[in-house]
Design a protein around this ligand. Structure first.
Ligand code: DOR
Length: 432
């Protein structure tokens, strides 16, 4: 029997209690619990949250193990408080068959730092032309429920419609990277004053919004589930509000970097700030924060996109888009949403654990994620010290890549410990 007593912790940031974990489950919650015969951990009033769930992680394996592996990426996830991540399909080979998704799923189990739910590609080789074998990926050991060509938009409306119809058979969801390709040929950054000044080709908001509007209509037409990846503009928030108002089955995510950073940072020409969709304006940032607060945007997802040095430390035009984000996600959310009074810790738990788990259908089955902190539930937990600040150091990351845009920033909400089914993956802020 393995047992832990978490003394003086505040579930969802509320009243302090003791929580006992026995054999992978929450066995007891109360005040003044006896030490028992397991290990005792003094929480000193830290916030206890359900283990975080990421809907959008790039683990780069197979194919780019020089940038990240399942082992290094999931360790970074655990250090960030995550107990489950969805691994995006743009690997090499692409995760468009049962064989590849099962490989990624097995690597996740072997690493053991957090659960890995592979995302299946919507189209063969992310080519946007031929639908991949979604059904065999759904039936595989990986039990794929989220399908995405992320990095590429499923721009063919007829193919998107058929994919939305197809995943209904197994309660799947299409996670769309909303980027109209003809409107973004050669795009390098947000289209606006700064792109004109810098002479970089712009990526206009309408290229995202046009696809979101189309896909909401398609999802409604075939009565299926659509999830919108990394929403980045104020107009997108408005469209989602409209679609939800109609009662359509549409969900959306926002990244931590879009909640904090703006396209002003491109003035440095430092490609660490190059990402797709690009950093936008302060008006967009404000609308995204409001959308996340009022539930128009359902959840936060990291879009953790590690890149090898030679792919990132190039001139702006040649550098690959993407930022790491697993270890900083909770700190950025605390900074932008909790410290500003927009979200309570309970709402953070919804937006970073229970809701993403439900969208990915990880919330039931033999090893569910995103469950509440309650007796009998699996002990997937993270312990966060809201007052303890830390400075982001790209060299100190567990990720194999260092392309964080937050280097040198002081962030609140240090993750003290993470538990995966009662077993610590992180203790004292370090790998257990
Ligand atoms: O910036 C990005 N990087 N956006 C994407 O959609 C893909 C991702 C990647 O794979 O690097």
């Amino acid at each position: 029997m393995t047992s832990y007593l978490l003394r003086d912790v505040r579930p969802y940031g509320e009243a302090a209690v003791d929580v006992r974990l026995v054999d992978g489950r929450i066995a007891e919650i109360g005040t003044g619990l006896g030490d028992g015969d397991g290990r005792v951990l003094d929480g000193a009033g830290a916030v206890l949250l359900p283990g975080l769930v990421d809907l959008h992680t790039h683990l780069r394996e197979p194919g780019r193990e020089d940038a990240e592996t399942v082992e290094t990426g999931t360790l970074a996830a655990a250090l960030g408080g995550f107990t489950a991540v969805h691994a995006m399909a743009n690997t090499d080979p692409v995760a468009d068959t049962a064989g590849v998704v099962e490989q990624v799923w097995r690597l996740g189990r072997e690493a053991g730092h957090c659960d890995v739910a592979p995302v299946g590609a919507v189209t063969v080789g992310l080519g946007g032309e031929q639908m991949a074998e979604l059904g065999t990926m759904a039936d595989s050991a990986a039990r794929v429920r989220v399908f995405s060509d992320d990095g590429h938009c499923v721009s063919d409306a007829s193919l998107m419609r058929r994919a939305l119809e197809y995943v209904k058979a197994f309660d799947g969801v299409i996670a769309q990277h909303a980027q109209e390709p003809r409107l973004t040929v050669g795009a390098q950054m947000n289209e606006g004053v700064t792109s004109s000044m810098l002479g970089l080709t712009g990526w206009p908001a309408v290229a995202e919004e046009a696809i979101i509007a189309r896909d909401c209509l398609l999802a409604a037409h075939v009565d299926s589930r659509l999830h919108v990846c990394h929403v980045s503009t104020a107009g997108s928030v408005e469209l989602l509000r409209w679609a939800k108002g109609k009662g359509w089955n549409v969900t959306a995510e926002v990244t931590p970097h879009h909640l904090l950073l703006t396209d002003d940072l491109a003035r440095s020409y430092d490609p660490v700030f190059k990402v797709n969709p690009p950093l936008r304006s302060q008006t967009d940032v404000d609308a995204l924060r409001e959308g996340l607060a009022d539930g128009t945007i359902d959840c936060v997802a990291t879009d953790h996109a590690p890149h090898a040095l030679e792919d990132k430390e190039a001139e702006w035009g040649a550098a690959l888009p993407g930022m790491t984000g697993l270890e900083t996600a909770l700190g950025i959310v605390a900074l932008t949403m909790v410290e500003t009074g927009r979200l309570t810790w309970r709402q953070v738990a919804e937006r970073m654990s229970s809701t993403p788990a439900r969208i990915g259908r990880l919330d039931d089955g033999p090893q569910p994620q995103g469950r509440p902190i309650a007796v009998g539930e699996p002990a997937n937990l993270c312990l966060v010290d809201p007052a303890s600040t830390w400075t982001v150091d790209p060299r100190a990351t567990a990720s194999r890549s260092r392309n964080t845009p937050f280097a040198g920033r002081e962030l609140p909400a240090r993750v003290v410990a993470t538990f995966l089914r009662g077993r610590p993956t992180v203790l004292d802020g370090k790998p257990a």
